[in-house]
Design a protein around this ligand. Sequence first.
Ligand code: PFF
Length: 454
Amino acid sequence: MTQDNRATFGSKIGVILASVGSAVGLGNIWRFPYETGQNGGAAFLLVYCLCVLLLGLPLMLTEFFIGRYSRKNTAGAFQVIAPGTKWNLLGYNGVIAAFLILGFYSVVAGWTLEYIYQSLSGALSGKTAEQFTQDFNLFNSGIFRPILWTFAFIALTHFIITSGVKSGIERSSKIMMPILFLILVILCIRSVTLPDASVGLKFLFHPDFGKITSSVVLSSMGQAFFSLSVGMGCLITYASYFGKNTNLQKTALSVTLLDTLVAILAGVIIFPAVFSFGIKPSAGPELVFITLPNVFQHLPLGGLWSFVFYVLLAIAALTSTISLHEVATAYILEEHHFTRKRAAFIVSAGVMFLGIISSLSFGVLKDFTIFGLTFFNFLDYVTAKIMLPFGGMLTCILVGWRVDRKILKAELTNKGTIPFYFFNIYAFILKYIAPVAIVLIFLNELGLFKWIEK
Ligand code: PFF
């Protein structure tokens, strides 16, 4: 595809919604609550917000810059920014991360399909909190069912990817994201009016600073990168489809705010319910799947609510999986000159392979561990806590140190037609703060440099 006839998103709102679609997903509604639950509640939220503001937002803007400036896939983009150098390896970090994330994300996305089915069949009602936990564990430790749903989800993603950028990605985001938002607000209201809701709200909003340990900081940073879809060039790929009039600053700010808002809304839904129904906040990946059915049971027409909710959760997951899939597909398509269909097929097949092992790691393969982590947890850890922050750090260094400030500013201000009041602060963060902060967080977790105790 040449630079000029490269696909673009069709409208301003389409641009924002597609990027929000990538950012808002299982990361906000499934991963954020369980990470918060395992990392001390409000203390985690506080560090998370700092990471979003200081690292995530500047990095998102930088990825938008790289993508729209180069108008290339993730790997190709770095060749435009730093031609003839090894910086393009950074693009590969992103492409591999996309594969690995899809390898566990599709499994959880598959769980949402099971829950849609159970909402319809009535299996999600009339149970105690304990029964929900037991039944979930029985389901996800099984063999065929979870794998079948994973397959179904990958097939759905594959179908949208092969129908292309405008009709597939943009249209689906435009319709679904606003509905998801509305239903989250309704669930929030139900959850905060449950008995003992205040205990959950306190857990989420009242920080105990003593709980901030090195692994809490690493987890918050990983969650911020994961949730905002930054650090692996996903938004580079999307920004390569932006039009030249897209306001990159506003888009980055809107996406960041909406993404954070959705995560906090999810927390406000989950934690009051967790304490109200006597579930452990540190339950881990199953947290959302064992908490929410309890909330639905306490709503009139609970089955209907749960059906609508899981459909929307599946859609939120889908708008994220298509963005992940697109990173790898666009790379194979543009760099290796495959047709879109063939490129997408290669990606889907690879992801399915990883998905099967991840899914089985809750059951028959639970004793197969890598560095003490199950395959599912290993993929999650390596991508969110290592590859994304590492990729993000190098991206900041590349753009902060190598790119001409005039080029950077011209792209971020649409050739001087819109102001960028905080450009100097942004450039300073990119050059110094973000790389140093990320390195310190890594060193601290590795125990090589102590500024926060384990
Ligand atoms: N941000 C997505 C979520 O929160 O569910 C997950 C994700 C999508 C991560 C795209 C990384 C990415 F490139």
